[in-house]
Design a protein around this ligand. Structure first.
Ligand code: NAD
Length: 503
């Protein structure tokens, strides 16, 4: 029997209205190619119902004490911890990534819940006493109201958790529109939040596509929008939400480069390149998709990468021996394959060709093998586009400066890494490179929760990175209160039309 995933509005599951356009959409198990689930697609009325529930809940949640909010978040953290495996299984069944990888994304999401549990420290205001005679000034931060999150398929648990723990800890109420390709994890999270005692309406989920997203972008009661997804949609979300006077942070796609200097530990660099390029089948915004080899080390580095990449075991995500699973859809698999097929004609050397790969017993799965392209020209589409699959491009340059210029000419600026033993070069790289996250002998790190995550250029539209201090700032607005309590001994105040001065 096909499983059904409904919306979550006002603290309970809500089925999609029968007869409405696009009422349900299919969810596929990428390892078998079979449709296993039907997910509700929200109409405008259903989005409005979720926003209304969130607005209603905000009346009391926005006024609730920090102690109450954090007590619920601590209980949610314990439930999340106890349900790691259950959530990871849902992710693997709909996304396809291997179980250990799915567990990893739950763990990284949990880090942001940890941060939200300590929100009282982050929301501490500032007070200046006696700025003028008997006058004090305090700065406080207050919640915005109803805020929305729109998230991608590749991290169905972690990316929503980059957003809602901080948002609700700050006193906002939340409407999540997860990816329609793997919606089950978000419903499980909604159930756990309810079990933790979160009041009805503080966290809502509407499933669906552009119809649901567009309604959130234009709804007058939605005060802020957090988005993570591809660059064209991020740009659209930023422009549309801003035109509707909303606060917006829209994280986009990536083409992450790893610069390998001639003095680097080449075994460590090859290990890092293979792990970061092919982990999660390359469907990570922090995947390494371009290695830039400096000087004469190119041939040796490519040989080491090849030797490791050839050993990767590809199979269903729920098989504990699999290291890499299938891609999200057949359409996406075919698009990824087209970059490899076209690479030679564009001047690249195809070292490993993963097209046409299949797994015995799972012939209808969305499989593709490992691809490694060497000496890729910067004009090749395989280099220019975000492929979002297990395809690694190697580019050759003669000098550090040439490598930095190449990386900085990319329109993307999410993350980048340098591998070297030269501290001076690494320091220069940190300062000169145009990207939001930098790894030194670390392949594109996802920053810990108490730092923030975000790229530059076409990888992020808006002023705020996500989570960390930026998260608290994004989900609150500032207020400055100037207070005077006159003393009976003070001289009478009197009228003064001059510009107020501090005495
Ligand atoms: P996507 O842009 O196709 O979809 C993201 C969300 O937008 C989904 O909820 C989807 O339903 C919605 N959406 C899709 N088309 C829309 C439209 N025309 N109008 C309104 N809403 C629309 O992205 P995806 O394929 O789900 O995810 C992969 C992309 O996300 C990659 O480009 C990856 O780099 C990026 N990503 C970026 C980060 C980051 O932190 N920068 C993190 C994870 C993923």
């Amino acid at each position: 029997m096909t499983k059904i995933v409904n919306h979550w509005i006002g603290g309970k599951p809500v089925a999609s209205a029968a007869g409405a356009s696009g009422t349900y959409g299919p969810v596929t198990d990428p390892a078998t190619g079979a449709v296993t689930t039907k997910v509700a697609f929200a109409t405008v009325d259903e989005v409005d119902a979720a926003v209304a529930a969130a607005k209603d809940a905000y009346l009391s949640w926005g006024q609730s004490s920090l102690a109450k909010r954090t007590e619920i978040l601590f209980r949610f953290r314990a439930l999340l911890d106890a349900n790691r495996d259950a959530i990871a299984e849902l992710i693997t069944a709909e996304h396809g990534k291997v179980h250990s990888d799915a567990l990893g994304e739950v763990a990284r999401g949990l880090e942001i819940v940890d941060l939200a549990c300590g929100i009282s420290v982050q929301l501490k205001g500032e007070l200046s006493t006696q700025v003028a005679s008997r006058v004090d000034v305090s700065s406080i931060r207050q919640p915005l109201g109803v805020v929305a999150g729109i998230t991608p398929f590749n991290f169905p648990a972690m990316v929503p958790m980059w957003m809602f723990p901080m948002a609700i800890a700050c006193g906002n109420t939340f409407v999540l529109k997860p990816s329609e390709k793997d919606p089950s994890a978000s419903l499980k999270i909604a159930e756990l939040l309810a079990e933790a005692g979160l009041p009805d309406g503080v966290f809502n989920v509407v499933h669906g596509d552009k119809v649901a997203v567009d309604r959130l972008l234009e709804h007058p009661d939605v005060k802020a929008v957090s988005f993570v997804g591809s660059t064209p949609i991020a740009r659209y979300i930023h422009t549309t939400a801003a035109a509707n006077h909303k606060r917006v942070q829209a994280l986009g796609g990536a083409k992450n480069h790893m610069l390998v200097l001639p003095d680097a530990d080449l075994d460590a660099a090859a290990d890092a390149a293979v792990s970061a390029a092919y982990g999660s089948a390359g469907e990570r915004c922090m995947a390494i998709s371009a290695v830039v080899a400096v000087g004469a080390i190119g041939d040796e580095l490519v040989a080491k990468i090849r030797e490791r990449a050839e050993k990767i075991k590809i199979g269903p995500g729920n098989d504990p021996t699999s290291e890499m699973g299938p891609l999200i859809t057949k359409v996406h698999r075919d698009k990824v394959a087209s970059y490899v097929t076209g690479a030679a004609a564009e001047g690249a050397e195809v070292i490993l060709d993963g097209t046409g790969y299949t797994v015995e017993g799972f012939e209808e799965g969305h499989w593709i093998g490992i691809s490694l392209l060497d000496k890729v020209p910067t004009t090749a589409k395989a280099y220019q586009d975000e492929i979002f699959g297990p395809v690694l491009c190697v580019l050759r340059v003669d000098t550090y400066d040439e490598g930095v210029a190449l990386i900085n000419s990319s329109p993307f600026g999410n993350g980048t890494a340098i591998f070297t033993r030269d501290g001076g070069a690494a320091r220069r790289f940190q300062l000169e490179i145009e990207a939001g996250m930098v790894g030194v002998n670390v392949p594109i790190p996802v920053p810990v929760g108490y730092h923030s995550f975000g790229g530059w250029k076409d990888s992020l539209f808006g002023d705020h990175h996500i989570y960390g201090n930026d998260g608290t700032h994004f989900y609150t607005r500032g207020k400055v209160v100037t207070t005077r309590w006159p003393d009976p001994a003070d001289a009478p105040s009197g009228v003064d039309l001059g510009f107020p001065r501090n005495h």
